[in-house]
Design a protein around this ligand. Structure first.
Ligand code: PEP
Length: 251
């Protein structure tokens, strides 16, 4: 399954967000999208208008960028998976490295969120990836697998079947420094092998994320174990996002 996710992060006013979505929606016709599943993850405030805007274009799904693991309660500032489901949101990005770094999210918390998302029929897009020092010290493969193993612990085979994984080397996110196609392939194949060994299936989609843009996407999408991309900066430009969808479709 080929999947392209646009993570807008904390960008766009509501007006700018809807205008960007309108451009994306006009460009991404059924023909352009083909067999690629396209997902946009706008800021939380834009989720409901985005869902409503996309009633006109069923080719594009909507994801939140985060959620709490409880259904409701005294958690000021948080959004629950139940609220997302009731707002017709389809998926949620969990464990993004920015959440881990700036909001101190741990592997165990990410695991709770993954379970909560699945309980509410949201597709969890689970982000893992090593920091620069882990790459340099050579522990990056096992360190990234440990993150993923914890995030997916105790899932049923049915739950696992709905999970999307995103490998995002922290040193490549928003830095302009992209992993080489070989580096991406090495990690994706390693994670797939470990998933198979541990959970009995390696069939989960594994997306690459980290400064992926039209100029470097061809070689990355061509790797056999890369099933698509989680795109930050380049997803804020409708023409670049369109090019990425086309490149993934043709890969
Ligand atoms: C991301 O936010 O997940 C990401 C990959 O960002 P960028 O493409 O800007 O590096």
């Amino acid at each position: 399954m080929k999947i392209l996710v646009g993570n807008w992060k904390m960008n766009t006013t509501p007006e700018e967000g809807i205008s960007l979505l309108e451009k994306i929606s006009n460009l991404l016709t059924n023909e352009v999208v083909g067999d690629v599943r396209v997902v946009v993850a706008p800021p939380s405030l834009h989720l409901i208008p985005s869902v409503e805007k996309l009633w006109e274009n069923p080719e594009i799904a909507v994801a939140a960028q985060n959620c709490h693991h409880k259904d409701s309660g005294a958690f000021t500032g948080e959004i629950s998976p139940e609220m997302l489901l009731n707002s017709e949101v389809d998926a949620v990005i969990l464990g993004h490295s920015e959440r881990r770094e700036y909001f101190k999210e741990t592997d165990d918390l990410v695991a709770l969120k993954v379970k909560a998302a699945l309980k509410h029929h949201l597709i969890p897009i689970v982000c893992v990836g090593e920091k620069l020092e882990q790459r340099k010290s050579g522990t990056f493969l096992n360190d990234t697998w440990t993150q993923l193993k914890i995030a997916l612990s105790d899932l049923s085979p049915e739950g696992l079947a709905d999970v999307v994984v995103a490998y995002e080397p922290v040193w490549a996110i928003g830095t302009g420094e992209v992993a080489s196609p070989d580096q991406a392939q090495e990690m994706h194949a390693f994670l797939r092998g470990k998933l198979k060994e541990t959970f009995g299936t390696g069939e989960l989609p594994i997306l690459y994320g980290g400064s992926c843009k039209p100029s470097n996407a061809d070689d990355i999408f061509a790797q056999p174990d890369v099933d698509g991309g989680l795109i930050g900066g380049a997803s804020l430009n409708a023409d670049d996002f369109l090019l990425l969808v086309e490149k993934l479709r043709k890969s």
